[in-house]
Ligand binder design. Structure first.
Ligand code: DX5
Ligand code: ZN
Length: 217
C-alpha cells in the first residue's frame, strides 16, 4: 500500500493540534513536517520548538524535511524535539556521508532529498545507507505549486536501481501531488506520497486519503 504523508505546511496554524488530529483520524501513515530557513529556500516555516510541542499531541511518525542550509547543526535539536526520520537535501550538505552517519547515530531514520534539477546519479553511492530518497516534484519553498513531470523519469530510474541492487528503501515524492499526479508517481515507483494542499482542498478528506493509499505500482 502507498504511504501517505500529509504536509501541514498549508494547514491552519492557529489550530495545529486540531489539524494534526484530523489527519490522524484518517489513518495517514506519518506526518510530513516542512522546515524552511529563508536561505536554502525563500520561505520560513517553523523550527524544533513547534515540533516539540506537537510531539505529545499525536503518535504519528514525524517525517521531518529539512530545507535549511546548516542541517548538521539542527540534527540534534530536531531529534530531541521528536523527529522519527530526518531528511536532508543533498544540495545543502557539504559532506553528505557524515550527515547521514550523524542522523543514524541519533537513532533516527534517514532520508536524502533531491531537487528537481539534481540528477539521481549523485545519490547512488549512498543508497545502501538510507531509509528513503525523497524526490522533489516542485522547487522547494512553497505549498500549492504545480507538479514537475520530469520527476517521473527520475522515479523510474531510481526504482530500477533499487530493484537491481535489491535494496530496501522508500521513494518519497514531494510537491504538487493530487489525484492525477499521485497515480503517475505511484505507477513510476513512488511508495510514499507527500500531500499538502490537495488534502486541504479535498471535499472529502477520508475518501481522498483512501483513494491515494489504494493506488498501486
Ligand atoms: C515544498 C514542501 C512540500 C509541500 C507540499 O517545499 O516540501 O512538502 O509543501 O505541498 P503541496 O502538496 O501543496 O505541494
Ligand atoms: Zn516537504
Amino acid at each position: 500500500m502507498v504511504k501517505i504523508a500529509p504536509s501541514i505546511l498549508t494547514c491552519d496554524f492557529s489550530d495545529l493540534t486540531g489539524e494534526v488530529k484530523k489527519m490522524e483520524k484518517e489513518k495517514v501513515d506519518m506526518l510530513h513536517l516542512d522546515i524552511m530557513d529563508g536561505h536554502f529556500v525563500p520561505n520560513l516555516s517553523f523550527g524544533p520548538m513547534v515540533v516539540k510541542s506537537l510531539r505529545p499531541k499525536t503518535n504519528l511518525f514525524f517525517d521531518v524535511h529539512l530545507m535549511i542550509e546548516n542541517a548538521d547543526e539542527f540534527l540534534l535539536p530536531f531529534s530531541q524535539a521528536g523527529a522519527d526520520l530526518i531528511t536532508v537535501h543533498i544540495e545543502s550538505c557539504k559532506d553528505l556521508g557524515n550527515t547521514i552517519n550523524k542522523i543514524k547515530s541519533l537513532g533516527k531514520g534517514v532520508g536524502v532529498c533531491l531537487n528537481p534539477d539534481t540528477p539521481i546519479e549523485k545519490i547512488i553511492k549512498f543508497l545502501p545507507e538510507l531509509d528513503l530518497v525523497m524526490l522533489m516534484s516542485v522547487f522547494p519553498g512553497f505549498g500549492g505549486q504545480k507538479f514537475i513531470c520530469s520527476v517521473l523519469k527520475k522515479i523510474e530510474k531510481l526504482k530500477a536501481i533499487i530493484e537491481k541492487e535489491k535494496l530496501n528503501l522508500d521513494i518519497e515524492v514531494d510537491g504538487g501531488i493530487n489525484i492525477k499526479t499521485a497515480a503517475q508517481a505511484v505507477s513510476s515507483g513512488a511508495s510514499i506520497l507527500v500531500v499538502g494542499s490537495a488534502l486541504y482542498q479535498a471535499e472529502d478528506l477520508g475518501e481522498t486519503i483512501k483513494y491515494l493509499k489504494n493506488l498501486s505500482y
